[in-house]
Structures are given as structure tokens and as C-alpha cells.
Design a protein around this ligand. Sequence first.
Ligand SMILES: Cc1cc2nc3c(=O)[nH]c(=O)nc-3n(C[C@H](O)[C@H](O)[C@H](O)COP(=O)(O)O)c2cc1C
Length: 332
Amino acid sequence: MFESITIADRTIAPALFLAPMAGVTNSAFRRLLADFGGYGALFTEMLSASAFLQDKADESPFIKRRTCEGQVIYQFRVSGEENLEAVFARMAEIDCTAIDLNLGCPAPEIQQKASGAALWRDFPRLQDVLERIRRCYDGPLTVKCRLGDDPGNWREGFRERLRLFEDCGIHAITVHPRFSTEKLKRRARWSEFPWIAAQTKLPIVGNGDVCSRMDVDANRALFEPLAGLMLGRMAAVKPWIFREFAGLPPLEIDHAEVWDRLYRYTLEDFPPERAFGRLKEFTFYFAQNFFFGHELHKGIQKAQTAAGIREAAMKFLEGRPQLSAGGMASPA
Ligand SMILES: Cc1cc2nc3c(=O)[nH]c(=O)nc-3n(C[C@H](O)[C@H](O)[C@H](O)COP(=O)(O)O)c2cc1C
């Protein structure tokens, strides 16, 4: 399963993707993942189409990408208000595997900007945005979505959008099978993957709550119809997780060294004041490797600077903390 996937003229092998995660999947974090390997392609965090036009490609940590990362898919949130033609003209100069549109983000601040789940909901505007993009850009284009808004009646609307994606030459669809009202609560509905994949010829990449290869093996019939698999939070808990999915030999992990490496990479790409929040966010997930991980989380809450976060993290990590099975949670 998930040996390879073709998106337009690009083959991605294995068909394993790092999920886009705002505040996490920046250039420094992707560099860390590249050190471990095992994935097929990495998503950037969600980029604002209008901010993108103002950023300098060689300086912006949002656009920046290193050769070691391999295949990278840039995700944008759009509403249609932006100068899409300029965004896609600029993206054509950046060598990337594909451009992805966020049609699933339920965060109120994103929906207020008429993006994410709000764009998915508004079918005529969604159609207009996709057709406009297709008039100016014929390259690899993917979308990422949830199931919609209404758990009682979503299939028809979902199918209608799949037809639209086929008509607009979308190359692959990532589905995170939760509803827009659910944030990250309840379990992702893996049981819907077979129905979704049966509705379209387009490759479906499945995402949501996958913690280990055992999850996939134990639910083979649900994952088998998928063309690819995407992991989000678990990659922040265990940046080496893709090795397990790809069947690569396990590595001896020195957790303190890995954390410190990410710290160094983050400070190479971000000024300390912007590194601060990113280090906190990553550490929230990384703490889940430890039985008393809440102590690490608590320790860094008091820190006022990036260096302060390092001091608190190293104090915990260098004490050889007891490892846990490494679950998955999200900040409240
Ligand atoms: C901190 C965080 C930030 C996220 N940011 C984005 C984003 O920018 N774009 C997006 O499409 N999804 C975003 N997501 C959703 C993830 O891509 C993914 O769909 C979700 O976490 C479920 O996958 P997982 O259970 O493997 O983490 C975010 C999730 C988290 C936890």
C-alpha cells in the first residue's frame, strides 16, 4: 500500500505526505523531516495568497525551501478576492511539486476571510475560483478538504464538488474525514474512505488520526482504496515516523539532540521573536513522547524568549525522561 502516486507528471514515492500545519510545517521543520526521510512529499504550512505576493522568495521563511526536502507542495488559502493570476504567475517561477488549495480549514478567522471551509461551502464561488486558476495555470493542482458541514446530509454536496474537481483538472484530493464543526474532536471517519474513493477517478489521499502503521494494517479494507496517506500531528510528535510507514530500518533516537536540532534549524530561518511561538508549538507535540511530557510543556510555558525555551526543554530532555507510547493530542 502507498508505494507511489502520480500527480500530473510527477511520481511521488512513497505516497506518504506530511500534512500542512500552520505554525509547524515551516522550512525548519521540513528540514528536520528531510534528515529522517521515509516520506514522499512535504506540504508547506498554509500560505496567505495575498501575503505571498509581498514576500521575497529568497528571504521569506514561508516560501523558502531546501533541496534536501525533495518534493514540496505549497498550500494556499484563497477566497477569490486575491490577485490569483499574479499568485499563480509567481508560483510558476518556484519549482514545486504541486499547489494545493485549502478547502477544509474550519478556524473562524480563516472562514471570516471567506477561505478554507467557507470556500468549500460556497459552491458558485468555489467554481469561479477554480476556473479562474485554471485559466492562468495548467500545472499540478490539488485540494485538501473535510466532509462538509452537515453530518446528516453531506454526500450529495461532496459528490457535486468531486465532479467540479474533475472538470477543473484537479490532480489529487486529500480528505480529512471530519466535519467543519468538529475541529479535531471526535475520531476521523476512516470508514468513509472507501465510499469517497469509489465516487471519483481522482486519487484520494486519506488523512486524520493515523498514529502508526498498525492503524493502517488493522483497518486495511478502509485504507486500501486510497492512493496515498497523509500524517500531521504524529510527524510533530515523532519527526522520524515516516521511516516506519516506508519500512525503513528504525534509527536510535536521541530526543534531546532532535529537539536541539530543530531549535537550531528554526533559528537559522526565523528571527528569535518569530521562532518563539514555533518552538512552543513543536514542543507541545514533541512532549507527547514522554510519560511526564506535561512537565516539559509546563516548563516552556514560563519561558519569555527562544533561548529560555531551549533552557527549559534541555533541562527536561537531558534528564533522560521516561518514554511513553507517544499519543496524539492538540492544544486546547
Ligand atoms: C497545528 C495544526 C495546524 C494545522 N494547519 C493546517 C493548515 O495550515 N492547512 C490544512 O489544510 N490543515 C491544517 N491542519 C490540519 C492537518 O493538516 C490535518 O488535516 C489534521 O491535523 C488531521 O491529521 P492528523 O490527525 O494526522 O494530525 C492543521 C492541524 C494542526 C494540528
